[in-house]
Structures are given as C-alpha cells and as structure tokens.
Design a protein around this ligand. Structure first.
Ligand SMILES: NC(=O)C[C@H](N)C(=O)O
Length: 326
C-alpha cells in the first residue's frame, strides 16, 4: 500500500495509564503496553503502517537523561531509513514539554516527530488518548508536517516544542503555546496550520549528542521573597553545576542579595534568567549585564538549552547567544 510508515516509541504516561474502574480518579501511569494502545484504535490502520516499540513505561517525571539519549538516538536511526516517514512518541504530560524541546534540538531530520499524551487514563470514560493518538499518527505521516520541528499534539491542537507548556493539573485542554500560540489544529487526523516557529530546530541545529554519554549539570532555582542567596553557593560548590537557570520574578528579576552572590561566580559559569510567571519575554537587560535572559523560554526548557549550549562552549557570553537562536 502507499500508506506512510510511522514508528511509535512508547514511554508510558497517563495515555498508558490504568485505573481500577472507568470513573476512578486515581490510576497508575505507564501500565498499558504499546500494542494494546495501538489495538484500541483500529482506525490507525487506515492512515498509516504503524510499528510500536517500548522505550520506557513510567510516569514522565521519572524519565532520565539516559532515556532521552535512548529516544533521540533511536529516532535519528529510524528517520535515517527510507522506510520511516515519521515518529510518534507516547509520553506522560507532566514533562512532555521537556522531552519535546530536547528532541527539537537534537533530532537530525525534517521528517515529522510528534509527542502525544493524554489527561485521562486509557481505562477512563471518554479517555482522550485514542483520538490524540489517531491525530498524532496522522500528523507524523503528513507531508505538510515536514520541517515544522518537534510537535506536541493533544486536544486537537498542534504545538511546537518551543514554548509549549502544561498549564492545568487536570483539564484535557491543559497545553498552551506561550509567546506565539500553536502551530495549528487537528480535525480527525487532518492538520491545518496557522504559524511556523522562527527559531532553529531539528535539521537546522548544531547540537549533536550521538557521541555524548552525559550532559553538563544545570539546575533551576525559583525566586520568591527571601530566596536564600546561599543556595547559589550550594549549587556551585557542592552540586558543582556547570550552569544555572533562575525562575526569576516578573521578566527575570533577581533579589539584590541573590544578584550579589551570583556576581561572585559570573566569570566561572553562566546564569540564565527565566521567569516564574509562565509567559512573556525575559529579555537581556542593561541592569543585569552578566545574566542573560532566556528570551521567553520557561526555566525547564531554558535548562535543556543551557545543557546543550555548554557542550559547545563554556564561555558565558557565547552561551547567551544560543538563547536568541533556539
Ligand atoms: N497526564 C499525564 O500523563 C500525567 C502523568 N503523571 C505523567 O506525566 O506521566
């Protein structure tokens, strides 16, 4: 047949969750294996030739950098083959925005890569996973999804990896694309597009993890009234971080004591200013010359870019430039 070949790489999450009844709010994530999820949506065979692989089976907060390497290397291997047209990754929604952005920076192909999850477990009344999976497989096999970067699909919406974030603990409409809006929408497998990302991604990026065994250590500190400045000493001296991201207040503001402590280390390692507000720009500003803004990236996405930037350069000024490109 001339259906597209789509590989589904499964990692767990609520889409593979199972509860004791169809109305129980408590469930175990990552219980149901990929073949069962695929068999639950027989319509998939009308839109693609689907192959499934189990990469992990967990709630997404438990995924590790080693899982990311496994996933990224497998995706690059599959997409290099002529008989793979696109990839779907089933994933828990809690951290889907982190894996999506990581893959957006390290996948070396313009073929579609789509992450998909669900807010209701597979056993629930009106489970959202089956239609989300149908949309994801269809999108991964779509010619028009090529070159758009890694995408996240839930609730009939196509989000680009940069800026997508979970905004609600329970709603099926939890995902939003901050600072720009979604790339498009899905209607029973049919994509329609409204924008493109102006940032570099996938086949355009300079990052290459194929020979890397571990990424530099980057942690996040969250700012609030009376944030202990000595926590910075702990991260630098005890944790021995290679860089740090601050979820600052407002557009990446710091407290005066925090700024003073950070300045002691600013020649040694980069500190990036993100925001705890959840949206809006975090620009470079003249009053914090040593501390570049994340340019609107959330702290958790800025951490990933900083890790990858540190594989290319240790120079804080050069690191800062990556935040304007990606
Ligand atoms: N809706 C979900 O998928 C949440 C789940 N705890 C996870 O991220 O694995």
């Amino acid at each position: 047949d001339d259906l597209p070949n789509v590989s589904i790489l499964a990692t767990g999450g609520t889409i593979a969750g199972s509860a004791s009844s169809a109305t129980n709010a408590e469930y175990t994530a990552g219980k149901v294996m990929i073949d069962t999820l695929v068999n639950a949506v027989p319509q998939l065979k009308d839109i693609a030739d689907v192959k499934g692989e189990q990469i992990a089976s967990t709630a997404s907060g438990n995924l590790t950098e080693q899982d990311w390497f496994k996933l990224a290397n497998r995706i690059n291997e599959l997409l290099a083959q002529d008989d793979t047209d696109g990839i779907v990754i089933t994933h828990g929604t809690d951290t889907i925005e982190e894996t999506a952005y990581f893959l957006n920076l390290v996948v070396k192909s313009d073929k579609p890569v789509v992450l998909v999850g669900a807010m209701r477990p597979s056993t629930a009344i009106s489970a959202d996973g089956p239609l989300n999976l149908y949309n994801a497989v269809s999108l991964a096999g779509s010619e028009s999804a090529k070159g758009k970067g890694v995408m996240v699909v839930l609730n009939d919406t196509i989000h680009g990896a940069r800026g997508v974030t979970k905004t609600n603990t329970a709603s099926v409409n939890t995902f939003e694309s901050k600072n720009g809006g979604p790339l498009g929408y899905m209607s029973y497998g049919k994509p329609s597009w409204v924008r493109q990302s102006p940032y570099k991604h996938t086949y355009q990026t300079e990052f290459d993890i194929s020979d890397i065994k571990a990424l530099p250590t980057v942690d996040i500190m969250y700012l609030y009234i009376e944030t202990p400045a000595e926590a910075v000493d702990y991260y630098v001296k005890e944790r021995k971080v290679d860089g740090m991201v601050f979820a600052g207040s407002g557009n990446g503001s710091l407290t005066t004591p925090l700024q003073a402590t950070m300045e002691q280390y600013s020649k040694q390692l980069p500190f990036i200013r993100a925001s705890r507000t959840g949206s809006g720009n975090t620009p470079d500003v003249s009053y914090y010359p040593e501390f570049p803004g994340s340019q609107g990236l959330s702290a958790q996405q800025a951490r990933i870019l900083l890790k990858l930037a540190l594989t290319e350069t240790q120079d804080p000024k050069e690191v800062a430039e990556f935040f304007h490109k990606y």
